[in-house]
Design a protein around this ligand. Structure first.
Ligand code: F6P
Length: 321
């Protein structure tokens, strides 16, 4: 078996642990792994490189992906996919392992359907929003990064008795915001799934100040709206009556840095399961993790709506007194 391996879309800390696990598991069985650079771009352009155990040494503690990544729009067009399929054929690649989020897994599904090549996806995205799996590699590290940053912001927010809006990533979902908010005891969490009315925020701030709180931290999911706009809105509504207002966009800091032990371990396990399912001849699909178990799930499930932990959201609201 000659396995092609690629990482695509937004990188996720822990992707390197998956890569290492795939390459080394394959080598133990005498299978070859061909790394494809920059995700679907490398597939179209034929940018391939053989990977050995030595190539993947000392990469577990590194964020990002050693295979590089891109968001390649051309792959949505058949003429470019045909080019990619020709490259795969020329390289003698008969199986693929593809790491990335929802969009990447959609691409993996299309390859499996159009070529009949055995394709296994591994959900890797800091947004943790892939359907059919409780966990996506990279989420824990992004949370750690967000929590670290919010803790630091809270120190200065308290000293100046300020209102702070901290915008976190998550695309159109609020997974990072809910857990980072709960872990830092945010006064308010704003997520697209709940859409707490903006007009009611001044009342919340007033209540908190009356309770003697020094600061008011709002953890805002980017999918709810922008921090700058909310800052302007609040300034217009309440001015500086309850303290000065500041906003921070955490941005790509959340996606970088050395992966947590959890992402290294989960990445390793996801990688081994991906390889072993190829070996076992399981049908194409992606590796899902639910209730402590790994298994192969149908690609369509990746596009399903994954519910947010509303209990965590409500818990934070109840305790923010
Ligand atoms: O999907 C991961 C993610 O970091 C999202 O949270 C965010 O909305 C998006 O990617 C940012 O994309 P880019 O790195 O292309 O700016």
């Amino acid at each position: 078996m000659r396995i092609g391996l690629l990482t695509s879309g937004g990188d996720a800390p822990g992707m390197n642990a998956v890569i290492r696990a795939v390459v080394r598991s394959a080598e133990l069985n005498g299978n070859e792994v061909i790394g494809i650079k920059r995700g679907y771009r490398g597939l179209i352009e034929g940018d391939f490189q053989k990977l050995t155990s030595r190539d993947v040494g000392g990469i577990m503690d590194r964020g990002g992906t050693i295979l590089l990544s891109s968001r390649e729009e051309r792959f949505k067009r058949l003429e470019y996919r045909e080019k990619a399929y020709k490259n795969l054929k020329e390289q003698g690649i008969d199986a693929l392992i593809i790491l990335g989020g929802e969009g990447t897994l959609k691409g993996a599904e299309v390859i499996a359907e159009e070529t009949g090549i055995h394709v296994i996806g591994v959900p890797c995205t800091i947004d943790n929003d892939v359907g059919g799996t409780e966990y996506c590699v990279g989420y824990d590290t992004a949370l750690r990064n967000a929590v670290d940053a919010i803790d630091k912001i809270r120190d200065t927010a308290s000293s100046h008795e300020r209102i702070f809006i901290v915008e976190v990533m998550g695309r159109n979902r609020g997974f990072i915001a809910v857990e980072a908010g709960l872990a830092t005891g945010a006064e308010l969490i704003l997520i697209p799934e709940e859409r707490f009315p903006k007009e009611e925020i001044p009342k919340e701030i007033e209540k908190a100040k009356e309770m003697g709180k020094l600061h008011f931290i709002i953890v805002l999911a980017e999918g709810y709206g922008s921090a700058k706009e909310l800052e302007e809105f609040l300034r217009q509504k309440v001015g500086e009556k309850y303290g000065e207002i500041r906003s921070t966009v955490l941005g790509h800091i959340q996606r970088g840095g050395s992966p947590t032990h959890f992402d290294r371990i989960m990445g390793t396990k996801f990688g081994v399961v991906a390889y072993e399912s190829l070996l076992a001849g399981e049908p194409s699909g992606f590796v899902a993790y639910e209730k402590g178990k790994f298994y192969i799930e149908d690609f369509e499930m990746a596009q399903e709506y994954k519910p947010i932990d509303r209990e965590a959201y409500r818990l934070n609201k109840r305790l923010a007194i």
